[in-house]
Design a protein around this ligand. Structure first.
Ligand code: B12
Ligand code: SF4
Ligand code: SF4
Length: 301
């Protein structure tokens, strides 16, 4: 299994299940003997917003990594018995990876690998048969660097990582934004600042798995957010991970970007959504506040 996975992924480690803290408490780990931890790199490429279209976090430019990793494992391990987990499960993937030594937990709360920095996804493959461990010693660290801590626009890294401050957590929640998030949110989904400033992310690897390279639909047309039905929107953009919380959430986040860019061309469209009974209250609360500010900007011009 290790050989097959190594031919497919950018790096692979293997740990005995007993290494995982309190492994016996997890339903997923019952009867499991070994955990493979795979890393799949995505491009260190940043796409800026355009006048008519906005982008989400860099990890969403290619196709949805949950599906990509699962498909790759299916092909690589077609002759083996295994369970593959990506993201939606109670196991801590960063912890598993840390135990292999293939990356270390950095001050931005992400795992950093020597070759790929933090621009990679993690997947876990559970095996009921005992596998040879693959662990390396890792002496890498952030040292005295604190660039990401100082760069975080909401001070979410100042006293260790604080999820209740992080923009990436806030802009995925279907709740009205607080004042700070209305001002500071700058993407359709997620946040990349603590990775983009990191000196460990300066190297650019040449070959990425094709499905993870940026696709034209990494750019979401603002008109599509207002005009397309959920189904038509999904048909056009549904292969990207930014859609996992639905179109209305992307639209709400897009409104904060319109505000940052002082773009009042969509004010009438925003008004229509506020009048539309199909839009939820958390959306309307933010839309009303943002519309008011956009109208003020327009009136001052
Ligand atoms: C929850 C989660 C988040 C949360 C918390 C992140 C954190 N630093 O703890 C939020 C939404 C903020 C987040 C953001 C990001 N994440 Co994230 N995330 C996860 C996830 C699914 C679980 C992490 C965890 O701690 N689990 C362990 C146990 C303890 O979790 P738990 O008991 O269920 O408790 C958690 C939940 O209650 C959750 N939670 C609480 N409130 C909210 C709100 C929301 C909206 C969500 C989604 C979750 C959530 O947070 C708790 C503690 O982490 C992992 C995948 C995984 N399964 O490990 C990816 C993972 C850590 N994320 C990843 C990535 C890429 C990101 C982002 C870079 C995406 C982006 N560009 O916006 C940012 C980085 C933010 C940062 N500086 O850490 C990668 C990291 C890869 C790497 N090289 O290290 C992972 C491993 C996914 C993957 N399969 O590759 N993430
Ligand atoms: S993802 Fe953004 S908001 Fe969250 S810790 Fe990093 S820089 Fe701060
Ligand atoms: S910016 Fe510096 S402190 Fe932050 S993760 Fe990168 S190396 Fe570590």
């Amino acid at each position: 299994m290790y050989e097959k996975l190594s031919q497919t992924f950018d790096f692979v480690g293997v740990i005995d299940v007993e290494k995982y803290p309190n492994y016996y408490q997890f339903e997923q780990l019952k009867a499991i003997k070994s955990i493979f931890v795979v890393g799949l790199a995505y491009p260190n490429v940043f796409l800026s917003h355009q006048d008519d279209s906005f982008t989400a976090s860099m990890y969403t430019y290619g196709y949805d990594y949950h599906l990509v990793i699962k498909e790759l494992v299916e092909v690589a391990l077609k002759d083996f018995e295994y369970t593959v987990l990506v993201d939606n499960h109670p196991l801590d993937e960063r912890k598993c990876l840390e135990l292999t030594g293939l990356a270390y937990l950095a001050k931005n709360d992400l795992m950093i690998n020597r070759d790929y920095g933090s621009y990679f996804f993690i997947g876990l493959i559970l095996s009921k048969t005992r596998q040879q461990e693959v662990i390396i010693e890792n002496t890498d660290s952030c040292g005295s660097c604190r660039i990401c801590i100082d760069a975080c626009p909401v001070e979410a890294l100042t006293n260790g990582f604080q999820i209740d401050k992080c923009l990436s957590a806030k802009n995925q929640l279907k709740e009205p934004f607080d004042e700070q998030t209305i001002k500071k949110n700058y993407l359709l989904l997620g946040c990349d600042i603590c990775q983009r400033v990191c000196p460990k992310n300066k190297t650019m690897v040449k070959d990425y798995y094709q499905a993870l390279e940026a696709k034209p639909t990494a750019y979401v047309l603002i008109d599509d957010l207002f005009n397309l039905s959920n189904r038509n929107f999904y048909n056009k953009y549904g292969k990207h991970a930014y859609l996992w919380r639905g179109k209305t959430l992307l639209l709400r986040n897009a409104l904060t970007i319109l505000l940052r860019r002082k773009n009042f061309n969509y004010n009438e469209k925003i008004k229509e959504t506020i009048k539309n009974p199909n839009y939820p209250n958390w959306y309307k609360t933010d839309a009303l506040k943002i519309l008011k500010r956009l109208e003020d900007i327009k009136n001052k011009k």
